[in-house]
Design a protein around this ligand. Structure first.
Ligand code: FE
Length: 353
């Protein structure tokens, strides 16, 4: 185990800030350098991240430029990183965990690895429903999980809510991915929060009765299948569709419905981060969390994966903007974690494989 972890460290421990520092220093006079050093916090911060988008590198470089804090980055899969932090215990070098889906952040919270962060900057900038009630983690970008349809087959006026997917008129028309996927678990957990277990169970049973094939693939696979006419409708995150912008044979065929605009709003989830309980560099870690809510970081953070920023006034990717404005469900995303076990149980019993 130790061996495995060491190897893992050597492979994934990447220092991306050195080059930036050298460039920054070479462009300033000795006098300016002294001034900058005085203004900047300096030191380092160790980040464990399960996001792996190229644009995240720019995000990290921007932080080092602004604060003089060097970033050491370890990338890995969510559950592996959580397990690793647990195993490292009091000796863990990790300061920050970044991951996607509130359900996973909740899982990390259940493992007892986060420390609460009291920051006026964060509580002011990040809407209440997108952060942990006791500030153990914060959402930095949003993803909307919406209904997508084949424009040749569906009239968008024929449905407007997640509940409408249960209508028998969609029999053999709907494609979904497996219930083992956290995105669907969180969608169902959110519905439990809003409508209760009974109504949610009924919805899932009827939805499953409308499937064109057994649950399979991922969001992109289902979007492609709908474009190819294997089904009329699917449920997917908007950023996956944005990735097809240069493939008209798919992009032009798919329409987006932001569900439940007349009542609770479309289901949103987050990418988020928190400071770890045994963080050796707490001051730098908090500076990093606050940086992620800055206008520049919000732009990088959201654009890196065609997501929605959480801080108002941040520009959107034009492709994402073309999907239109929408009302979002403001249920606290931490309920997705709290209701996760119930969601999995209901999906299981209803036969959502
Ligand atoms: Fe995803």
């Amino acid at each position: 185990m130790t061996n495995h972890i060491n190897k893992f460290s050597r492979r994934f421990f990447i220092s991306i800030s050195t080059a930036v520092l050298i460039v920054a220093c070479s462009q300033t006079s000795p006098e300016q350098q002294t001034q900058n050093t005085d203004d900047k916090m300096g030191g380092e911060v160790n980040i464990y991240s399960s996001r792996h988008y190229n644009t995240d590198d720019q995000l990290y470089e921007g932080f080092t430029e602004q604060t003089g804090i060097k970033i050491n980055l370890i990338e890995g899969k969510d559950d592996e990183l959580i397990e690793r932090i647990k195993n490292e215990g009091a000796n863990s070098p990790a300061d920050i965990l970044i991951t996607v889906d509130a359900g996973r952040l909740w899982r990390a919270d259940q493992a007892g690895i986060f420390a609460p962060v009291e920051s006026a900057v964060l509580t002011e900038k990040i809407p209440t429903h997108l952060r942990h009630p006791e500030n153990l983690w914060f959402g930095y970008s949003k993803r909307a999980r919406v209904i997508m349809y084949n424009k040749d087959k569906v009239n968008a006026e024929d449905l407007s809510t997640y509940e409408d997917l249960a209508d028998p008129k969609w029999k053999d028309k709907i494609l979904v991915r497996s219930s083992s996927n956290i995105y669907n678990q969180s969608l169902v957990a959110g519905m439990i929060e809003e409508k209760g277990e009974e109504a949610t169970t009924k919805w899932i049973e009827e939805l499953i009765g409308n499937l064109a094939q057994s649950p399979q693939g991922n969001d992109t696979g289902n979007i492609e299948a709908v474009a190819a006419g294997k089904g009329d409708l699917t449920i997917a995150n908007t950023y996956y569709l944005a990735r097809y912008k240069d493939r008209p044979e798919i992009f032009a065929k798919i329409g987006v419905i932001f569900p439940n605009q007349q009542d609770r709003g479309a289901h949103v989830n987050i990418s988020g981060a928190g400071m770890l309980k045994n963080a050796p560099h707490a001051e730098q870690a908090i500076a990093f969390l606050e940086y992620l809510a800055s206008p520049k970081a919000q732009e990088f953070f959201a654009l890196g994966n065609n997501e929605y920023p959480v801080v108002e006034g941040t520009p959107l990717n034009p492709v994402v903007e073309s999907f239109g404005e929408f009302k979002e469900d403001t249920t606290n995303v931490s309920s997705y974690g709290q209701n996760n076990a119930k969601a999995v149980q209901i999906m299981d019993r209803a036969g959502w494989k």
